[in-house]
Ligand binder design. Structure first.
Ligand SMILES: Cc1ncc(COP(=O)(O)O)c(C=O)c1O
Length: 402
């Protein structure tokens, strides 16, 4: 990579490598070409980038949002096919989306409990609307003494589903149109986490076992629902780490993909992601040198969400030969790095005014720290992109969704 393409910034800033992004877009398109593609907005968090990917993805069908107010914002900005991935009780914002659904946009809300259905039915009744819902099936694999998956949906089997459907039948303002079975433990769990590499064979084995279970359980629930006359128009599954698997499943109509586009550091630890290129990250300027062998940058605190661990730390992308100091980690508003002695000897160590390139562990969270992404190409072949200097993030638009 030619790191001189963006002049060294004087303040922390975020970068987006358009060549790497294009490479990742093509790979996603190739891997998922047999089904429709939905973009996970949580892992992009920028309208500009969502539009950029959409324009280059022939099987694009819509987006998967993560909150009701975000869904409204997406509708206001021209996105017309949205599934909100997580159940909401924010009926105020749900009601504000009706103006768009009346004009033909598709807005689908996630449910897995009667409380979710009840809230949607009540607000839809007030406005005399019909709300589309998607049933979220828990695709985790509970085995003795181990729960391999995520704790989200309460629906595991046909019995759970039947109970919820009985409730839904009493709600005339909601309509089941979709089913989601997100196999998080296959799509989002890396095999070789730093410091835990001994677990890799066990995780691989569990993933293989889980694939069989997901195929069987998701397939049979979809068949059963269709036989009951539900006529599901959408069966959504998968994520960045499961593109090959999910695309090959006959019951699936579409896959959701987000993180693969930026390829953040967490996905470096996943077997299925090696072909993808790091496309986004941040640069910190070196502003201090407290002692020989240590530099300190302006900016810090870029730890990713989830269970604590070094897999949630950013990684240093460029230059080589720097490491994080364990006492301070990735800092708060300053971040110190140790310089490897070989660089001190040959005089190539980073100095004040230089830039340290890093990558966040998670995809969309990078955008919560910056108003814009500075875009660059290693090659300026594509003249149509000459005007692309920056892309604005949700944060840059003054938006903060949870
Ligand atoms: C419901 C759902 N689908 C799909 C994804 C996949 O997103 P990504 O491709 O960013 O891993 C996620 C991520 O957490 C999710 O929650």
């Amino acid at each position: 990579m030619d790191f001189d393409r963006i002049n060294a910034p004087t303040v922390p800033s975020a970068w987006l490598d358009l060549d790497a992004l294009d490479h990742n877009i093509k790979l996603v398109n190739n891997k998922t070409k047999s089904i429709n593609l939905r973009l996970a907005t949580k892992s992009i968090r920028s309208l500009d980038v969502l539009n950029y990917i959409k324009e280059r993805s022939p099987h694009y069908i819509g987006v998967m949002s993560y909150a009701a107010d975000e869904s409204l914002y997406l509708l206001q900005n021209g996105f017309s096919n949205i599934i909100c991935a997580y159940p909401t009780l924010d009926i105020d914002n749900v009601s504000k989306t009706f103006v768009y659904t009346k004009q033909g946009s598709t807005m689908v809300w996630m449910v897995d409990r009667p409380e979710h259905v009840k809230a949607l039915n009540q607000i839809a009744a007030i406005y005399d609307e019909e709300v589309k819902i998607c049933i979220d099936i828990n695709m985790s694999m509970p085995i003795p003494k181990l729960y391999f998956g995520t704790k989200r949906s309460s629906l595991m089997n046909k019995k759970d589903l039947k109970k919820l459907l009985k409730f839904i039948k009493q709600c005339p303002h909601v309509k089941v149109t979709a089913l989601m079975g997100y196999e998080a433990q296959i799509a989002g769990l890396p095999e070789h986490l730093p410091g835990k590499t001994l677990l890799a064979p066990a995780i691989r084995m569990l993933k293989k076992h889980s694939q069989k279970q997901v195929s069987q359980r998701r397939g049979s629930l979809v068949n059963w629902l269709n036989n009951q006359g539900f006529n599901l128009s959408i069966v959504n599954g998968g994520g960045s780490g499961s593109m090959d698997f999910t695309s090959s499943q006959p019951e699936i109509t579409e896959i959701t993909v987000g993180s693969a586009y930026y390829k953040p550091a967490y996905f470096d630890y996943m077997d299925t992601m090696h072909e993808f290129k790091p496309a986004a990250g941040f640069v910190l300027p070196v502003t201090r040198q407290p002692e020989k062998g240590v530099i300190t940058c302006q900016g810090g605190g870029f730890i990713a969400s989830g269970a604590n661990g070094i897999d949630k730390d950013p990684v240093i992308h460029y230059p080589d030969g720097l490491s994080i100091l364990t006492d301070e980690g990735f800092g708060e508003v300053q971040t110190p790095f140790a310089i490897h002695s070989s660089l001190l000897k040959n005089g190539t160590a980073a100095k004040i005014g230089d830039a340290i390139w890093c990558r966040h562990a998670k995809a969309g969270e990078l955008c919560e720290h910056f108003n814009e992404l500075s875009c660059y190409r290693q090659t300026n072949k594509d003249s149509s992109d000459k005007n692309v200097r920056t892309m604005t993030t949700y944060r840059g638009e003054g938006k903060c969704f949870h």
